[in-house]
Every structure is written in C-alpha cells, then in structure tokens.
Ligand binder design. Structure first.
Ligand code: GDP
Length: 428
C-alpha cells in the first residue's frame, strides 16, 4: 500500500470528500492537512448525507484512524458540533485524533475576520468570516494557541492572556469596539478542552507508523490549487497552502514519502467568492450547471460561479502539485449538452497565453480561447464501466488528459459513493 495525497485541482469544491470517502475503504489512516472549517466536504453514504468541515472523510470506516493534523486550524465549537452530529447518526468517533500542534480559532479571530472584511468594503476578499485568516496570521506571528495548550490550564491562561492583551488593543484602538474578557474566553475554552481532551495527542507517530508498515495513508487536502497563497490568484486566496507540498508539512511526512498525488477536478470550473475566473459563464449555461449540480457552498450556502473547464489553470495545477493522477468528478452534469467547451489558452491584448499568469491584473483581462467538443445525450450516472461511457464522454476525458498531461484514473458520475468508475489502478 502507499501514501496518497489528495488535493483540489481548481478553486475547491471539486468533490474531494466523495473521492476520499471511496478511497478510505482501503485506508488505515486519513489525515486532513490544511485549512479550517472554511472548507466543507460533502459525503453521501449509507449513514446519510454529511457536510464535514473538520473531521476527515474517512470517519465512516471502522478500520480508519482519522487525524486532524497540525496543518489544520480548529474552531472547537464547530468540531464538537460535528462530532455530536456524527454520533447522532451512529458514526463511531473513537478513532478520531487531533494534533496537539493544531492551532485554535479564538473568539477574537472570528471578530477580527469580520471587521477586516468590513473595512475592505468593496475590496472584500469574500472570506467565510470564520477567523481562518487571522488564526494563520497568529500562527506565524507566534501568537497562536494550540490544541495541546488546552491540556494544561496554567499554560493556556498564560498564552491566552498574552495574546488577548495585544488583540484588545487592536479591537479597542483600531476598530473601536469593546474589548474581550480573558476570564470568559478562558472558562469557555477550558470547557471545550475537557470535551476535546480524549482526542488531543501527538499524532505524527500514528501517521508515520502506518506509513512505515506500508498501510494506506490518505492525506486529505482542503480547497484547491488556485486558492493557494503562493500560486493561487493572490490576494483572492485562502490562508494556508492547498498544494500537495503542504501535505508533508501539514502532517509530518517528508517530500519523498508520498507515492501518488491525486488531483480532484470537476468536469467544469466553479469558484466561490471574489477573484478572477476567466471561464465564468454569466449566462443560462452557467445557471444550468449551477442548478443541475447544486453548486451552492457546503459551508456558507453561497452560490458558486460556474464556467467551462479551464485547461490553462488545470495544467498549472498539475505542475504545482506534481500530480500523478486525476480524479474527474461531475461528468454527469454534462449529460444532455449538445457541445462542451474547454479553454485551451487565454487571449491577453494581442498575445496568446498558454501558461497561467502570476498577476491577477493580467488574469482579469484574459479572454478564454475555446475548443468545442461534441456532447452526449444519454444519462451516464448508472454506468460502472469506462468502456460503456458514450464515445463523446471518453473523448472529452482523453482531450483533458492531453491538455493537462496527466492521466485520469477515476471518473465520478454522480454524488453517491457507488457512482464512480476506476479507469486506471491507483494502488500499487
Ligand atoms: P469538496 O469540498 O471538494 O468535497 O466538495 P463539496 O462537498 O463542496 O462539493 C461537492 C458536491 O458535489 C457534493 O454535493 C457532492 O455530493 C457532489 N458530487 C461529488 N461528485 C459528484 C459527481 O460526480 N456528480 C455529481 N452530480 N455530484 C457530485
């Protein structure tokens, strides 16, 4: 078996939850390595329909140990609610562990996220206002509070009071709002700490042990490549790395330890929030995709912007992640389309660009250059064999493989766990 990193190839919401839920059947460990509860994975399986924000998507299998790793930031209230919801649906969470190194979202992070978005006004980034940006900023500013701190009340009080002294200056002097009470936050978080204590531990040894034994370890990403703070559409990006490289730092493994890197791509593109998206369709085709695929955010309910597949961005994503495989999802959404377009290059002034620009000022002015392929009329959701897919669907996949220079190993043709076709063997 092997270590497989699974990452979003586009702007997030590609269907990572569904693919991980499927692959986890053979896994020993599933470790989420980045982001916070701004990400939401939808999983539909025999237990019901779940929107997981923090708990890894392997939680539904009794043999899987699930880890919320050091690269993730945790809002304890959200996590406790999610654990409760899983219990209520009969899901066992005794194999869930939280890295003692994971940073905690504190009340001032959420408040500051909202105040900063309001201050940006028309230039708002479209954050989920859940405190994710501010908590990652505190992590590198060495002001953060980590899950392990909750296990020692003296340490926790010392770190909280030091951080809050500074945060209250920002709240009162910069934003002119009321200060927060250290005692109140302390009481609330000690209560969370008591409930979370059985889950908090040093987790890297669990991952390392499974990897050393050759058991299947899945490293679960959040959001997508084009939201990465270094390589995404900066500043319209998220605040922790979404790339496969982060799966090492965000867990404990070294760069040589992943055997495969699977990028999840939708058959079209979506984006939530602000920022450039060259293939966005603000017409009835975009609306049709949104309604057919229920493209509304799992975490925020916000309608997602929809458009044709952008192979310029897709190729870039394959490169910056070092993808070995692609899992293509939502191919069924194109059922009944007479033709399907793929963006193969951008027109920028008089130039034709085939690589993804680093500057959004350029990307915002790029016009997509499309190639048009035949669509198919039949429903493909019930098909379980690649050879039975309509020739036009196979042709579409083959053209994407050429344009992206990466094989498609899985194709998903509906939201259900069974609606997936294995095209090439993923496990060595
Ligand atoms: P994630 O964050 O990448 O896991 O993605 P989301 O959960 O935000 O969105 C994916 C949505 O698409 C969920 O509602 C899934 O149930 C659904 N889904 C996943 N794969 C497919 C597919 O192949 N076809 C269709 N129609 N829906 C899918």
């Amino acid at each position: 078996m092997s270590v497989i990193a699974i990452v979003g190839g586009q702007w997030g919401d590609e269907g990572k939850g569904k693919v991980i839920d499927l692959l986890a059947e053979k896994a020993r460990v599933v470790a989420r390595f980045s982001g916070g509860d701004n990400a939401g994975h939808t999983v539909i399986n025999p237990y019901g329909e779940f929107r997981l924000h923090l708990v890894p998507s392997g939680i539904f299998y009794p043999q899987v140990t699930c880890i919320i790793s050091n690269g993730v930031v945790i809002n304890p209230a959200v996590l406790l609610e999610e654990i409760d919801d899983l219990h209520n649906h009969g899901v066992d969470t005794s194999r869930l562990f939280i890295s003692a190194r994971a940073h905690l979202i504190m009340p001032y992070h959420t408040i500051l996220d909202g105040l900063e978005e309001d201050r940006r006004n028309k230039g708002a980034l479209g954050t989920t206002r859940r405190g994710i940006g501010p908590v990652f900023a505190d992590k590198v500013a060495r002001l953060g509070i980590r899950a392990g701190d909750l296990l020692d009340r003296d340490i926790f009080w010392g770190r909280l009071s030091a951080a809050l002294e500074f945060k209250n200056i920002i709240l009162t002097k910069v934003y002119q709002v009321s200060p927060l009470s250290a005692e109140e936050i302390y009481g609330q978080y000690c209560h969370y700490g008591e409930q979370l204590a059985p889950f908090i531990r040093e987790t890297s040894s669990i991952i390392r042990e499974a990897a050393t034994k050759g058991e299947l370890v899945l490293l679960e990403g959040a959001q997508g490549a084009l939201l990465d703070p270094d390589f995404g559409t900066y500043p319209y990006v998220t605040s922790s790395s979404t790339l496969a490289g982060a799966s090492c730092i965000g867990t404990c493994l070294g760069p040589r330890e992943s055997d495969r890197v699977v990028g999840i791509f939708k058959a079209y593109n979506t984006r939530v929030g602000a920022g450039p998206m060259p293939t966005e369709l603000k017409d009835e085709i975009g609306d049709l995709i949104r309604e057919k695929a229920r493209e509304y955010g799992a975490t925020t309910g916000r309608p997602r912007r929809c458009g044709w597949f952008d192979a310029v961005a897709g190729r870039f994503s394959v490169q910056i992640n070092g993808l070995s495989d692609i899992a293509l999802t939502h191919l069924d959404i194109y059922d009944g389309f007479s033709s399907i377009k793929i963006c193969t290059a951008y027109k920028f002034n008089d130039e034709v660009l085939t690589s993804f620009p680093s500057d959004i000022a350029i990307l915002e002015k790029c016009q997509p250059i499309y190639e048009e392929l035949d669509g198919w009329q039949e429903s493909i959701s019930g098909i379980r064999n690649f050879d039975k897919l309509p020739a036009a669907a196979r042709n579409y996949m083959s053209r994407l493989e050429d344009l992206l220079s990466c094989p498609i190993s899985l194709v998903s043709i509906g939201p259900d766990r069974r609606q997936i076709i294995s095209v090439k063997e993923l496990f060595s």
